[in-house]
Design a protein around this ligand. Sequence first.
Ligand code: C6P
Length: 421
Amino acid sequence: MPAGGTLAPSDAVITPLDEIRVRADFPILERSIRGKRLAYLDSAASAQKPMTVIESMREYYAEHHSNVHRGVHLLSEEATTAFEGARDTARRFLNASLAEEIIFTSGTTAGVNLVAQSWGRSNLGPGDEVVVTTFEHHSNLVPWQVATQQAGASLRVVPLDSHGALDLGEYERLLGPRTRLVAVSHASNVLGTVAPIAEMTAMAHQVGALVFVDGAQAAPHFPIDLQALDCDFYALSGHKLYGPTGIGVLYGRAELLSQMTPWQTGGGMIQRVEFEGSTWAPPPARFEAGTPPIAEAVGFAAAMDYLSRIGFQAISDHEQTLLTYLTEQLETVPGITIFGTAPGKIGVVSFGLDGVHPHDVATVVDTHGVAVRAGHHCAQPLMRHLGVSATLRASLGLYNTRADVDQLVVALGDARRRLGA
Ligand code: C6P
C-alpha cells in the first residue's frame, strides 16, 4: 500500500485480485486496437468502466429517470433517492462524517474552482499567501493563481527533492502567519509521488491555514479516509475512479461550507428569492445550482461499490506488484529516463527515450495496440523543473496485467528502431 493509504477494517481480510475476473468486468478490454490486443496504460487520464457502472446508468435511464428535488411524482422521488443515495455512498467511500459535506461537481477542476472562487473571494486579501507544490496539475494551480491575483495575494511553491518527493523542510519554512491555504495533490499525475497529507495538514493547521487536497490521482489507488487526513477540502473526479465522466466530488468541512457563499447561482440552490435579493439553501444544495448529473451520480456510486467489493488492499497489492515489474522492464529499454522515483508512489510512470519525441513514440506504440499518454500532462511548471517539454506516461489500473507491460516494452523497442533512436 503506498504512503498515505490506510486500511478500513472491512478491507482487512481479502483475497488477492482475480485478474481474469476483473478484466472480464471491463467490456472495452475485449476490443482490438489496430488489429492488436488492447493494452490500456492510460488510466491516469481516464479509467475504463466496469459493466456494473454502464448497466446502472442504463437501468436508471430506462426505469427511474426524472429531475431530482423538484417533483412529487414517483419517478422524481426515485431519482432523488438514487441521487442522494449516491451522495451517501461517496460519504462512506471517503469516510466523511456528514453527507452534507459531499458536493457533487463535474469533476476535480470544478471542485478547485468552486473553492478558489467561493472561499477565496471572502478569505484572501492583499499580502496573503497560498502554498502550492511544484508538481501541481494546472487544475490545482491556475485557479489559485487567479484567486490570489484577484485578491492581491501571492503563491508560494514547495520544491521537490531529486526523487520527486516534496521537500517537507522547505514546506515548513514556507508556512507562516500569512499562509491562508495549502493546495496540494494527494498524488502527482506525472511522478506518481504521494504527498503525506495528514502530516502536511497538521503543519498547516498549526499556522491557522486550511488545506485543499486534489485527490484526482490518489482516490483510484488507495482508500481515502477524510477524517484521518483531517484536511479541509478534498476534490476528485468520477471518471478516474472507474465511474462516468461529468461528475466529481468536492468534500468540504461542514463549518467551512456553511460560511461560504455560492460560486454559481440559479435553481435548486436558494432558500428565498426576491427581486431585491436572495438567500441561499444550506450545503450541499447551495453549491449545486441547476439540474445535477443524476445518472452520473448513479454510475459513480456503482463504481465506488465495485471498488469497495474488490477491496483496496487487493487493488493496491496488485498495482504495486505490477508497478515494480513495469519499472524493471522499462529499465531494460536502452536510452530510457524515468521521472519520479519517490518511495510509495502510485502506478504512474513517466519516462523519456533519448533522441526521440514522446509524441512520436506514443504514435508508434499505438500501432501495437498500446495506449499511453504523451505530453506535458497539464503540468508545465513541473516539466520545466524536469528540464523537458513532455514525457511519455504509462499508468496502471486494477485491470492491467504483465501482458500489458510486455506489450509496451516490445512496442517501445519497435519505436526506437523506427524512429532511429
Ligand atoms: N489529469 C491526466 O492525464 P478533471 O479533468 O477535472 O477530471 O481532472 C483534472 C485533474 C486534476 N488533478 C490531477 C492531479 C489530475 O491528474 C487531473 C487530470 C489527467 O493526468 C488529464 S490532464
